[in-house]
Design a protein around this ligand. Structure first.
Ligand code: TPP
Ligand code: MG
Length: 563
């Protein structure tokens, strides 16, 4: 007779495992199903634990540590869920550092699992393989939560603490280090149990009421959204309707309000609104451009909503500060607004007319607009666009219509050239059910083009469009226009991108017109287990900067410090 399966109460309370096994088990318990990683002797025991856990957690290895970290970042930005990567210490850790910096800048929940030299040697500078002075100190400057894992008994609670810190307050990356001789230490480990959901933070009713009064009584309210509003799209949409307030997004807030809604604005119309508004609700944004370029004055009441309690008053003390997750606070605001709200005529027709006039002006951007239009037409509504730092992306920020949250992935204020391709690879790996397209310049693509090998190895169906102008084109134009055409360090020698991609076994084609690009994209999006590279040869492109760098419209002088 088969023995009955043990009830949960009969199970042993502990198991004996290694630090590495306990760490992997904790990742799985927290719902991580993938780790992006590049191996080395410091992490051999961790990789052996990952081997034993395959089936429950995939190990996606890359060709460079920046690829692993950017893939974790892309997966985190596309899903909003914690993601992890693992690298060896010293050079491996430093190779991943730009991605960790960008995870910080984009508040992305990315966990770095970093190997270390032997425990007893840390800090002694004996010249161990991959030793770097104060590795912990370097990591601590890049993340909000950092800890060493010294043995199996610590692994579960340190992983739990790291993941909690990545999700609560201002989200962002965390790092755990483990020494080469600590991964293999065996010991009793409590059996992992699923983490309890974090308790809902209490709402500050007084502050929300004050915000409702300010916004409801405003003649011309404006909402500005950043990355912190991505999980509050329904609430922002409802508030915008109630207040008839335009919603301005630049990079990381795109898609929070559907671009088909005429109240959804990018920088040019947002700038016009900023000049006239009397009350702004800023959700999950630094408000960097309005504060630093457009100006503020005493007639403007600013309500700041941010997960980081330090943020609202960093630049200027706001009229009202709301601290916490955007969605529950906005839901409460929606409850309270009607009691204060002015009766508001619809702004639909006015905004639709202004949007049409802006589209006519943007048409002057010629090929930039024609190619973006072709991409939008081919990409399904829930498809994801990842931008690298290229002229095409600068235009996309003001002109590419985004319909849903988390479908426009931008590096935000780091604007780090070369992040795009590998980040998009991670986004596509984590969201296999929708097409992801990366738009890169020839300069940026080559930063991580080696990861075409990872796309092949892990059958990731990413589509990448490389706009090849033979230059760091944005820099080149600056040198032409502002430095008397003294061109230096900006012309590029390129491979034939089609043959380059094909040599990896990746599908590739060249598109010479927007129509050809549209057709190539449709073919690419149908390849669901194979990557595609599309090279688009372009000449010098028109500058989109007149739509991005906009003049001061409020306040007599630059208010660069808090009053
Ligand atoms: C890490 C990093 N290095 C340098 C820059 C400066 N930079 C911004 S755009 C650019 C040129 C990008 O060239 P390419 O990818 O070919 O796009 P294009 O401007 O030609 O459209 C450079 C060098 C940056 N933003 N980030
Ligand atoms: Mg270029």
């Amino acid at each position: 007779m088969p023995s009955p399966s043990p009830s949960p109460d009969d199970r042993p309370a502990c198991a004996v495992t290694t630090t590495a096994e306990a760490t992997v088990a904790a990742l799985i318990t927290h719902g991580l199903d993938t780790i992006y990683a590049l191996p080395g002797v410091h992490n051999d025991v961790l990789f052996d634990a990952l081997f034993k856990a395959r089936g429950r957690i995939r190990t996606v290895h890359t060709r460079h540590e920046q690829g692993a970290a950017y893939m974790a970042l892309g997966a985190a930005l596309a899903t909003g869920r914690p993601q992890a990567y693992s690298v060896v210490p010293g050079p491996g850790m430093l190779n991943s550092a730009a991605a960790l910096l960008t995870a910080y800048g984009t508040n992305a929940p990315v966990l770095a699992l970093v190997g270390h030299i032997p425990q007893a040697a840390i800090g002694r500078m004996h010249g161990h393989l991959h030793e770097v002075r104060d590795q912990a100190g370097i990591l601590q400057r890049l993340v909000d939560f950092h800890a060493p894992i010294r043995g199996p008994g610590e692994a579960a609670h340190l992983v739990a603490a790291a993941i909690a810190s990545m999700r609560t307050g201002r989200p962002g990356p965390a790092a755990l280090e483990c020494a080469i001789d600590s991964w293999g230490i065996e010991g009793p480990v409590p059996l992992a149990s699923a983490p309890a959901p974090a308790p809902a933070a209490p709402l500050d009713e007084d502050a929300i009421r004050a915000a409702a009064r300010r916004l409801g009584g405003a003649a011309r309210p404006l909402i500005v959204v950043g990355g912190g509003a991505q999980d509050a799209a329904a609430e922002v949409t409802e508030l915008s309707r109630l207040l008839q307030a335009p919603v301005l997004a630049f990079r990381r807030g795109r898609g929070v309000l559907d671009a088909r809604n005429p109240l959804s604005v990018t920088l040019p119309l947002g700038h016009e609104e900023w000049a006239k508004t009397d009350a702004v609700l800023a959700v999950g944004t630094h408000l960097h451009i309005p504060f630093n370029q457009w100006g503020v004055d005493e007639d403007l009441a600013i309500v700041r909503l941010d997960a980081d309690p330090e943020e609202p008053a960093r630049f200027k003390v706001p009229a009202v500060a709301l601290v916490g997750d955007a969605a529950p606070i906005l839901r409460r605001l929606i409850d309270l607004i009607p009691a204060h709200n002015l009766s508001r005529p619809s702004r639909h027709d006015e905004m639709a007319a202004r949007q049409a006039r802006l589209r006519a002006r943007l048409a002057g951007l010629g090929p930039l607009m024609a190619y973006l239009k072709a991409i939008r037409a081919a990409l399904p509504e829930d498809g994801i666009l990842v931008e690298d730092v290229t002229q095409m992306a600068f235009a996309a920020r003001v002109a590419f219509p985004v319909y849903r949250p988390r479908t426009y992935i931008s590096p935000g204020y780091q604007d780090n050239l070369g992040w795009g391709f590998a980040t998009a690879l991670g986004a596509q790996d984590a969201r296999r059910e929708v097409p992801v397209v990366a738009i890169c310049g020839d300069g940026g693509f080559m930063f991580t083009a080696n990861e075409l090998a990872s796309a092949v190895c892990h059958r990731i169906p990413l589509t990448t469009v490389v706009f090849a102008d033979g230059a760091f084109g944005n820099v080149r134009r600056n040198q032409e226009e502002r430095y008397g055409n003294r061109l230096i360090g900006c012309d590029l020698a390129n491979p034939d991108f089609v043959r380059f991609a094909e040599s990896f076994g990746v599908a590739a084609e060249r598109a010479r017109t927007p129509e050809e690009l549209g057709a190539a994209l449709s073919r690419a999006f149908r390849r669901r287990d194979e990557a595609t590279v599309i090279e688009v040869p372009v000449g010098p492109l028109p500058s989109p900067w007149e739509f991005i760098r906009l003049p001061r419209v409020r306040g007599a002088r630059a208010a660069l410090t808090r009053p």
